[in-house]
Design a protein around this ligand. Structure first.
Ligand SMILES: NC(=O)c1ccc[n+]([C@@H]2O[C@H](COP(=O)([O-])OP(=O)(O)OC[C@H]3O[C@@H](n4cnc5c(N)ncnc54)[C@H](O)[C@@H]3O)[C@@H](O)[C@H]2O)c1
Length: 417
């Protein structure tokens, strides 16, 4: 079976590796020459895929990393995992359009195309299908098959990987659903069919909006609890002892990555566009979460003030820059906004994070390899992300203030969000 995975990023590479593992002949296509070069050289840039896994795939002779669409010729199933960012706060589906146009001439009778990129309901049927039909001269649903299956990958999660996480599957019609479900049944332990592609598209947005809104709730609560002199972390821990009707979310410096800052806005955009209404929950959550970096900087300023020091001209060490622990993904990370705000105050921003890819390190931020180096001459420390492999005990008894936004350490000089 020949499987094509379009986009070899955080989503596409794990799909490709799993397809190789179950015996498919896999073409991983990406237009990023740097990424394809790394893959060919056996070097993985996706935390959840080890170099060893990649080496096994390359060694099997059934994995080809390529930039050339001619290599997809004769495919049975193609999975599209290209980015769906916001451009000027609006959904940007141009990557789906481009990849579908490139794929379309190679769609043949009996082939199946599945979209995995996160997007608003209707994209598969109304955008993807017409491009594939026009470029192939075939009819979707009878000559070839189309579906949508949202990705649920949770970078850094050691328990729930690609294989163990149930996968929602859908098709343009029942013939398509049969093909799509049959394909994923080979890759994952459990598939969850839904009746239409729109329901599957909405499922993904619901999951991420749920998370976004609940994080906003605890973030706003953290701000008020601090002002009221109540330990919000203790209350959250206590509430989590309830075995039903409560799900634990914790405050933080803001949301980041490819999903939470983006996906809920796809939904609110569509609601506004099609219904002329505002999705108030999403807009409120965006507002609260977007302002968390400002709050972090205000707290650092207050801590320095208490020591009769100014933020302006100070040296602040940021510990962890990625948006999530144990990953190197810095896309949309709140650390980027914190850096920007600190720099507005002429702060000498320094940081430590061994997970961030070298070329993604933020400009103008001094990089340290060890905490001891980073702490030299520092006026304050902010724990933005607490990676498991960085021992933070050295921060527990410093004479300078430490703002721990993740509640990862305890100590005399440590304050939490
Ligand atoms: N990263 C996550 O945790 C996550 C989780 C669930 C869903 N998603 C969704 O999955 C999609 C992909 O996200 P990602 O994190 O893998 O992005 P990514 O940027 O890591 O990877 C996407 C890749 O697609 C490539 N690409 C762009 N246009 C192309 C084209 N025309 N042909 C071939 N390759 C092309 C890019 O070069 C890039 O390498 C997005 O819609 C995202 O919202 C991401």
């Amino acid at each position: 079976m020949k499987t094509v995975v379009v986009g070899q990023g955080y989503v596409g590479l794990p799909v490709a590796m799993r397809a190789v593992e179950v015996g498919h002949e896999v073409v991983g296509i990406d237009l990023d020459g740097n990424r394809i070069g790394l893959l060919k050289a056996g070097s993985s840039y996706v935390d959840d895929i080890s170099d060893e896994t990649l080496a096994i795939a390359l060694g099997s002779g059934r994995y080809l990393a390529t930039m050339d669409y001619a290599d997809v010729e004769g495919f049975d199933v193609a999975v599209i995992t290209v980015p769906t960012p916001l451009r000027d706060s609006l959904p940007d589906l141009s990557f789906i359009e481009q990849s579908a146009s490139s794929l379309a001439p190679f769609v043949r009778r009996g082939a199946t195309v599945v979209l995995e990129s996160t997007t608003y309901p209707g994209t598969t049927d109304e955008l993807l299908v017409p491009i594939l039909e026009a470029g192939s001269g075939l009819t979707a649903g009878s000559d070839f098959f189309v579906g949508y299956s949202p990705e649920r990958i949770d970078p850094g999660n050691k328990t729930w990987g690609f294989r163990e996480t149930p996968k929602v599957v859908s098709g343009l019609n029942s013939a398509s659903l049969t093909r799509v479900q049959g394909f994923y049944d080979q890759l994952v332990d459990k598939t969850v069919p839904v009746s239409g592609t729109k329901e599957a598209e909405l499922t993904k947005l619901l999951e991420n909006t749920f998370r976004h809104v609940n994080i906003a709730l605890v973030n706003e609560l953290a701000i008020f609890a601090h002002q009221l002199g109540v330990d919000v972390w203790e209350s959250i821990e206590a509430a989590s002892s309830k075995p039903f009707g409560y799900m634990k979310f914790t405050p933080g410096p803001g949301v980041g990555g490819h999903c939470l800052p983006v996906d809920p806005s796809y939904l609110s955009w569509q609601v506004r566009q099609k219904l002329g209404k505002s999705f108030r929950f999403v807009e409120l959550a965006n507002d609260v979460n977007d302002h968390m970096p400002d709050y972090v900087v205000q707290r650092v300023m207050a801590l320095l003030n208490a020591d009769r020091k100014a933020l302006n001209g100070s040296k602040v060490l940021l510990v962890g820059l990625s948006y999530k622990a144990n990953t190197g993904d810095i896309r949309e990370s709140p650390s980027l906004r914190i850096i920007e705000l600190l720099k507005d105050f002429d702060v000498d921003v320094q940081a430590i994070d061994a997970h961030i890819e070298g070329h993604r390190w933020p400009v103008g931020v001094v990089k340290h390899e060890t905490l001891a180096d980073g702490l030299q001459g520092a006026d304050a420390v902010v724990v933005v992300t607490a990676h498991d492999d960085l021992d933070l005990t050295a921060l527990e008894h410093l004479t300078i203030p430490v703002l721990d936004t993740k509640h990862a350490i305890r100590g005399d000089s440590v304050v939490t969000l």
